[in-house]
Design a protein around this ligand. Structure first.
Ligand SMILES: [Zn+2]
Ligand SMILES: [Zn+2]
Length: 203
């Protein structure tokens, strides 16, 4: 496979933006950073490259992801790349299953992790009520034209109503690398209670 960074194409090269082809393969360097989680992609690790038109110059750009991060946040191009790759993609079944579930619920790709709200300033994107300080909230991002932008927050308790599924814990934890083990455990427990049902007795 060619090195990951490609020079901008000169003007006389025909541009076929309709046929951008994404790539999956081992990272040839340790210099790329995952667009999905912001962490480095280590040399030799499997990575997914989404090709997108360059908005600022001729040619295209490649957005690199860990394959699982892309399955969550960019399910469509990831599935396309997996389908077009002749070689056996490690973890293929899991990637496809994750991407299909992300595709089935249009808001799932927005999940960017969870945190305890550092202030009471933010409003929930679902119920429009303030998010109390120190309570759990889910971070959202929106993807547009090759970039993710911050998209606000939802209460953890609004997860089912907002995402239209309550099966979000794995994805939330995946993008919450800043949380300690203890916090992850608390989050897991908070997700055990069904926000739409009666409150479960305290353990
Ligand atoms: Zn990642
Ligand atoms: Zn809410």
């Amino acid at each position: 496979m060619k090195p990951g960074i490609r020079a901008a194409q000169p003007d006389n090269t025909p541009r076929t933006t309709a046929a951008l082809s994404h790539v999956i393969g081992p990272a040839s360097s340790g210099r790329s950073k995952c667009r999905g989680c912001g962490r480095p992609i280590l040399r030799g690790d499997l990575r997914f490259g989404e090709r997108a038109p360059n908005l600022f110059a001729d040619g295209e750009v490649t957005l690199w992801f860990h394959p699982l991060c892309a399955a969550y946040k960019r399910p469509e191009p990831l599935l396309q790349a997996v389908a077009e790759t002749c070689e056996n993609v490690p973890g293929r079944e899991n990637l496809e299953r994750t991407a299909r579930s992300s595709l089935a619920h249009r808001r799932l790709p927005r999940i960017d992790g969870a945190e305890r709200s550092p202030s009471g300033q933010a409003t929930c994107r679902h119920c429009r009520q303030p998010i109390q300080r120190a309570t759990w909230r889910i971070r959202l991002v929106f993807y547009e034209e090759g970039r993710f932008s911050p998209g606000g927050f939802v209460h953890l308790d609004c997860r089912k109503a907002y995402f239209e599924t309550s099966d979000i814990l794995d994805q939330v934890l995946h993008f919450s690398s800043a949380l300690s083990d203890g916090e992850r455990e608390e989050l897991r427990r908070a997700c055990d209670t069904d926000p739409a049902g009666p409150a479960l007795p305290q353990r």
